[in-house]
Design a protein around this ligand. Structure first.
Ligand SMILES: NC(=O)C[C@H](N)C(=O)O
Length: 354
């Protein structure tokens, strides 16, 4: 019969550590699962319900649904939160990052898995990529169908995530996102479709590998994304406020001032094409920059692409970062006290001169 997982770490104040009822096998690696909620932890009222379900399954139930995981790894779990990922906030992000760093610092832990809603998964994954101090695999995983649905995707995704987190060939590849057999780089992977199972087919730079019969295969040797910067969180307890303004025809120029009045310390624009704003919006942005000096990063509302730097612009070019990743990067830079020029250089690191 199953025995209690050994107490191999101390709980932090936010995390509810679960003493998962998993059999211990000394020959297997140890993986720690950090559970945050999302569709992977959700239940509907029938097996055909795939919208309008509710979050509620705990980390123990997620593991219980896939006993095969215990043939791959010993598991310890933390219940970090149990929310839909639109409600993930900086408190959860900071605690998650600290928890992962402290787990991965232990020799006996091979890797970490984060179960997460898909809606803001790329933001959490990018954040973790920027603040995790380890070469061990960190895998962020979710599902597009609730656990109760016919053909629920969560259980196999979780099995693959644990497999990846305990694989030697997954080391030194940065934080990864896995869903629907695909392995993507957290740095560049984006949710592309609001509903479909294959929503995390990656943008051009993001695809790292694929699962075949639950074995991870990589296309390349381990590599680090160009420009990836590590931020040491030290005693940081909150992140700078950065908001995203979405550009469109006739965008209200007042939004720039309103955001600053609401507390924004930096702004990201999801511009049209390669970062474009209407001339009225652009003038308002420039006026806010001149009045306050807050950094304004120009990104793109198109799903993929690049915003080039321009010498005569007040705005900092996002390069390859989409608005939600640019926001996290700007939050981290501001939190660490980077000035305007340092922030500009930070963004430019992702597209070094040839
Ligand atoms: N598929 C999902 O996980 C979507 C869910 N609304 C979430 O992000 O929490």
């Amino acid at each position: 019969s199953p025995i209690k997982a050994p107490s191999i770490h101390a709980p932090s104040h936010l995390f509810a550590r679960q003493d998962l009822q998993t059999p211990i096998n000394g020959t297997l690696p140890n993986v720690t699962i950090f559970s945050t909620g999302g569709t992977i932890a959700s239940q509907g009222t029938s097996n055909t319900q795939t919208v309008g379900y509710s979050v509620g399954l705990g980390v123990q139930q997620l593991v219980d649904a896939v006993p095969e995981i215990l043939n791959i790894s010993n598991i310890v779990g933390y219940q970090v939160s149990n929310v839909g990922s639109p409600s993930i906030n900086e408190t959860i992000l900071l605690e998650l990052a600290r928890g992962i760093n402290s787990e991965l610092a232990k020799d006996e832990v091979s890797g970490a898995v984060v179960t997460h809603g898909t809606d803001s998964m790329e933001e959490t994954a990018f954040f973790l990529q920027s603040v995790i101090n380890s070469t061990k695999p960190v895998v962020v995983v979710g599902a597009m169908r609730p656990a109760t649905a016919l053909s629920a995707d969560g259980p196999l995704n979780l099995l693959q995530a644990v497999t990846l987190a305990s694989s030697d060939n997954a080391k030194d590849r940065g934080v990864m996102i896995t869903l629907n057999d695909r392995i993507g780089s957290a740095y560049y992977t984006t949710k592309n479709n609001a509903n479909s199972l294959d929503t995390f087919y990656s943008t051009e730079a993001g695809q790292l590998g694929f699962f075949i019969n639950q074995v991870p295969y990589f296309y390349f040797e381990p590599a680090k994304p160009i420009g990836a910067t590590y931020f040491d969180l030290k005693n940081i307890t909150d992140l700078a406020q950065v908001d995203i303004l979405y550009a469109h025809q006739d965008m209200a120029p007042e939004l720039f001032n309103a955001s600053v009045e609401a507390g924004a310390e930096g702004l990201v624009t999801a511009g049209m094409g390669a970062g474009g704003l209407s001339s009225k919006a652009s003038m308002a942005a420039e006026a806010v920059y001149n009045a306050t000096g807050i950094p304004i990063v120009a990104s793109h509302r198109s799903a993929d692409g690049f915003v080039p730097s321009s010498d005569d612009s007040y705005a900092i070019a996002s390069g390859f970062y989409n608005p939600q990743k640019a926001r996290i990067l700007l939050q981290l830079a501001l939190t660490m006290g980077y000035d305007y020029d340092e922030i500009k250089e930070l963004f430019a690191l992702s597209y070094p001169a040839p």
